[in-house]
Design a protein around this ligand. Structure first.
Ligand code: RAM
Length: 544
């Protein structure tokens, strides 16, 4: 009987991946109106011209991030005077992270009788321009690496390169000698973002490190604010629910652009799988379409994000419009909770939680499911629709009890995950956020985990939830000190935008087997501005 149930369930969930379409399209009637709303909230891009400010060299320095730093070489005026005819390379520094397209103009001293072959390499950080990918075997395509060869057939010339890049540093190389000389009379970038102008005067009353953290958070968000809340302007340039939730939170405490958030909710809604389960990712081009996978933690975090949005906007209409979708996520996941109150993940789902490959995710997912069920219940209550999910409250209680009875190791006094009883920070964090323990009990867990050897987060994404847990347990000074240590650690290593992956113990860590494929302006790392603004008083920033 159980096997038949599992088979039927798998077929329904597998529907979108196969030609087997047992399930009907649950939201068929809503897709068109959701898509129209998504389009109506499309933000306008502001184009800002940016110029390079100086020439730099990238050099090895064991104190720098990934052992490479940029050092000033000369004033930018020297660059425009440089004559090019033999192979030569220069690095321009734009002074800040930008996302946009390059325009350049070449002037000649005499007639040109051949093309000039140039190579442009874009670096978000100095290391991007130092290391080569040759010895690494990335698990995702090299096509994400930002370098391109450019033929200039006719000189003099002014050329706008078509591709949008994400960078602060630009290396320009003349690859082969030519029989004439030329110089650059212009290099500029049309920088794009939908964030609007940076309207944040430097009047914040907080120590300079926190001011810098705030600024880098906002810059990270600004760069990812394009026609959607992209996860990263270098890679993957698309919208992911997990990143989206954190960007939306940071946005409420900075740019306050509600339309781009609504656009996200509606894009995910319009592209939902026929089964009614959300996909984790949406592309805008060439047509709006989902990436057909179900990171189940992201699917559920959609509901939490909706609740966050309502708390900031009081927009009951949107909540109402998306309620059936939010409810459906719970209806699909809830049957996977067993008699003990434990979530048993379906084989067709993926759970992300963090990029640490060693992490056992069972306990984290238990807490995350409870926490997102709780958000959904709150939405139901706001809409006076609790009766539509009559068993949810009881299920949450059962899951909390189940988690405590099955995952709390009474000897170690920590939650342990998987058959090897793994101790991780993520497990404690999600047990706290899922309300499995009280804030007082949570405080003991967080103190204990810091003095125990355990699996640690590696991404600012998971560390966001760690800080949320500290705050939930009223450990404000620990939260403040951690933000200073972790995000401040990136600042001290030269970050002007925050990174996709940062493990202070291993700066070369990459989920893609190549740190050159990592993104160094990544949406999910932008939340310090949210913490520092929302909890300004509690974090007691003025005196620290
Ligand atoms: C990375 C994306 C994104 C994240 C997923 C899980 O590839 O860049 O930020 O949400 O992984």
């Amino acid at each position: 009987m159980n096997n038949v149930r599992t088979l039927l369930l798998s077929l329904v969930l597998l529907g979108p991946f196969t030609n087997i379409t047992l399930a009907q399209d649950v939201f068929l009637n809503k897709r068109a109106s959701w898509m129209a709303k998504a389009e109506s909230y499309r933000p306008k891009l502001t184009v800002t011209p940016k110029l390079p400010i100086q020439l730099v060299d990238v050099v090895i320095d064991s104190n720098a991030f990934q052992d490479v730093k940029a050092v000033a070489k000369s004033n930018i005026s020297e660059f425009y005077k440089m004559q090019f005819s033999k192979p030569k390379s220069v690095i321009l520094d734009f002074g800040e992270h930008i996302t946009g397209t390059i325009k350049f103009a070449l002037s000649t001293t005499g007639p040109a009788d051949s093309p000039a072959r140039l190579k442009f390499t874009y670096g978000e950080i100095p290391a991007d321009l130092y290391y080569s990918l040759d010895t690494l075997k990335p698990t995702i395509t090299r096509a994400w690496i930002q370098d391109e060869e450019v033929y200039v057939d006719v000189l003099p010339n002014t050329i706008r390169l078509p591709r949008r890049h994400s960078f602060r540093y630009l290396k320009i190389e003349l690859l082969y000698s030519v029989g004439f000389t030329f110089n650059f009379s212009e290099v500029s970038c049309a920088a794009v973002s939908s964030a609007g102008l940076n309207k944040f005067p430097d009047t914040e009353q907080m120590p300079s490190l926190f001011k810098e953290i705030n600024k880098a958070s906002r810059n990270t968000l600004k760069e990812c604010m394009q026609t959607v809340l992209e996860d990263g302007p270098k890679r993957d340039q698309r919208i992911w629910i997990g990143d989206f939730r954190l960007q939306a939170l940071a946005n409420y405490y900075s740019f306050k652009n509600f339309d781009i958030v609504k656009r996200g909710f509606y894009l995910f809604a319009a592209t939902v799988a026929k089964s009614g389960l959300l996909y984790g990712t949406v592309f805008e081009k060439p047509i709006v379409r989902p990436q057909e996978h179900h990171p189940i933690d992201y699917c559920l975090l959609y509901n939490t994000s909706l609740l966050d949005y309502y708390e900031q906007s009081h927009d009951l209409e949107t909540l109402e419009d998306l309620w059936e979708l939010a409810k459906k996520q719970v209806e699909i996941v809830a049957p996977h909770v067993d008699e003990k109150g434990l979530i048993v993940l379906a084989p067709t789902w993926w759970s992300f939680v963090d990029w640490n490959a060693s992490l056992d995710k069972q306990v984290s997912m238990q807490g995350l499911v409870i926490s997102t069920f709780e958000s959904t219940l709150k939405i139901a209550k706001l809409l006076k629709k609790e009766h539509e999910l009559p068993k949810l409250e009881g299920l949450i209680t059962k899951m909390r009890k189940g988690a405590k009875e099955n995952y709390l190791d009474s000897q170690v006094k920590l939650f342990v995950s998987g058959k090897d009883h793994q101790v991780s920070v993520a497990s404690q964090v999600w047990m706290i956020l899922g309300g499995v323990v009280t804030p007082n009990e949570g405080r003991l867990l967080l103190k204990k985990i810091n003095s125990t050897s355990s699996i640690k987060p590696v991404s600012p994404y998971m560390y966001h939830y760690y800080v949320e847990a500290l705050i939930k347990c009223k450990m404000y000074s620990e939260a403040r000190d951690f933000i200073a240590k972790y995000w401040g650690g990136m600042i001290k290593k030269g970050a002007d935008t925050f990174w996709e992956v940062y493990d202070p113990e291993n700066e070369f860590l990459s989920p893609y087997n190549s740190f050159l494929l990592n993104s160094y302006c990544h949406a999910w790392s932008c939340t310090p501005v949210y913490f520092l603004k929302k909890y300004e008083k509690e974090l007691n920033l003025k005196t620290h």
